[in-house]
Design a protein around this ligand. Structure first.
Ligand SMILES: C[S@@+](CC[C@H](N)C(=O)[O-])C[C@H]1O[C@@H](n2cnc3c(N)ncnc32)[C@H](O)[C@@H]1O
Ligand code: SF4
Ligand code: SF4
Length: 383
């Protein structure tokens, strides 16, 4: 029942809701308004975002061939090359006016590895002073027992480790720079800490799994592997093709019947093993409206605020969903989803400014083709 409510309102993906976080008047009434307007999707949203995806570093110690970083290495004309920045605590403090309303903050790191930023723990402490739910994504390479212990001492609520297969050589190819044994030992240690220390606060350990043409069937044996490691849930989405070189790995290259069969088996298997599993869509539903413009914001280095955690700059997209013809493979230029900059403007004003209203109108089909989200394949499929 709780899961049905949570899924309906699109709170928290595959991890569990921490209801205690709503015990503050500003946050409680904000969430109540969000729930009230969830169905009507107004152009002017009379509440503040429920969640913030926060980038803390654009430095990384890996060279994953499919990562968005590859795009910026080449796209020097529009971005000036690969971003290289650690976000400073002083910058994050400029979000203070918004944080009493926000339920969760995810240190998804955008383009980098969070632990490269020396301000990582001070940023966590600052966010914790607002008692928001906190989670982070990591490639696990910089984890050690001290950081895992600190994660529990700081009462972080979710950790998602990126691991897209249980096969050693494939994993080390997809996550270039990774050491399979180290990742596995860190996952086990997290599971062990969860058993010993999580009675103090809700903590959920998940793995992030990106479906590609060369790993989609791995999900079945992967679930056994995950169970053995003590992981609670697997959050799956699919490959975004950022650069030409990864087009052949697109999940679209796999026939839908094959994917459907694997997904059915994976659902059954996860249920029997007691593992939470979140799978992306396989069919295009033309009524799909992306929830991001009504649900949360993504905040990047340099202060850019976007509706979308994935498409932060102008670029070519490699796939599109057209109203009449469905999915088409075509390289077309699409604009970014940036709505403002919180280091230059008041963060509270950005949420209902003209740019986000235009994106919302696009999603509601009140103003077709006005929004970069108009033909986004990712919202219809994959995510
Ligand atoms: C960009 S990374 C940043 C955090 C950290 N460096 C990591 O890899 O976990 C965040 C997530 O995006 C995923 N990712 C990377 N490239 C992707 C792509 N082309 N399409 C979809 N997800 C991707 C990663 O696997 C990871 O789970
Ligand atoms: S570890 Fe994460 S940020 Fe680094 S290259 Fe890989 S996907 Fe990109
Ligand atoms: S529709 Fe696509 S580009 Fe727009 S916010 Fe959603 S996922 Fe991002």
């Amino acid at each position: 029942m709780i899961n049905a409510i949570k899924n309906y309102f699109q709170i928290d993906g595959a991890s569990q809701v921490d209801w205690k976080k709503f015990a503050y008047p500003k946050r409680f009434y904000n969430a109540l308004k969000y729930v009230h307007y969830r169905k009507s999707m107004p152009v002017e949203a009379p509440y503040y975002p429920l969640t913030v995806m926060l980038e803390v570093s654009t430095f990384c110690n890996f060279k994953c061939p499919a990562c968005e970083r590859e795009l910026y290495k080449k796209d020097v004309a529009s971005t000036g090359g690969l971003f290289k920045e650690n976000v400073k605590l002083e910058e994050i403090k400029r979000l203070s006016a918004l944080l009493p309303y926000v339920y969760s903050v995810y240190l998804v790191a955008g383009l980098g590895e969070p632990f490269i930023n020396k301000d990582f723990w001070p940023i966590v402490s600052f966010l914790k002073s607002f008692d928001v739910k906190i989670g982070y994504f990591t490639n696990a390479s910089l984890l050690d027992e001290e950081k895992i212990a600190e994660t529990f001492r700081r009462r972080i609520n979710t950790v998602l480790i990126s691991m897209d297969t249980h096969e050693r050589s494939k994993y080390e190819m997809v996550k270039e720079g990774a050491d399979f044994d180290h990742t596995v030992s860190m996952i086990k240690l997290f599971a062990d800490y969860k058993k010993r220390f999580s009675s103090t606060h809700p903590f959920h350990l998940g793995l992030n799994y990106i479906f590609r043409a060369d790993n989609y069937a791995d999900i079945l044996p992967y679930l056994d592997f995950v169970k053995e490691l003590g992981v609670e849930y697997v959050h799956c989405s699919s490959l975004i093709v950022h650069v030409d070189e990864t087009r052949d790995f697109s999940f679209f290259k796999v026939p839908v019947e094959k994917k459907t069969k694997v997904f059915e088996e994976a659902r059954k298997k996860a249920a029997s093993l007691g593992i939470g599993l979140r799978l992306p869509n396989l069919e295009i539903d033309r009524n799909t409206r992306c929830c991001y413009p009504w649900h949360g914001i993504s905040v990047f280095k340099g202060g850019d605020v976007a509706t979308c955690p994935y498409f932060r700059t102008n670029r070519d997209f490699y796939y599109h969903v057209e109203r009449d013809s469905g999915l088409i493979e075509d390289k077309r230029f699409v604009k970014n989803t940036v709505i403002g900059n919180y280091l230059k403007e008041n963060i509270l004003d950005i949420w209902n400014n003209e740019r986000i209203k235009q994106i919302r109108r696009g999603e509601l089909k009140l103003e077709p083709h006005a929004s970069p989200c108009d033909a986004c394949y990712y919202k219809f499929l994959l995510h």
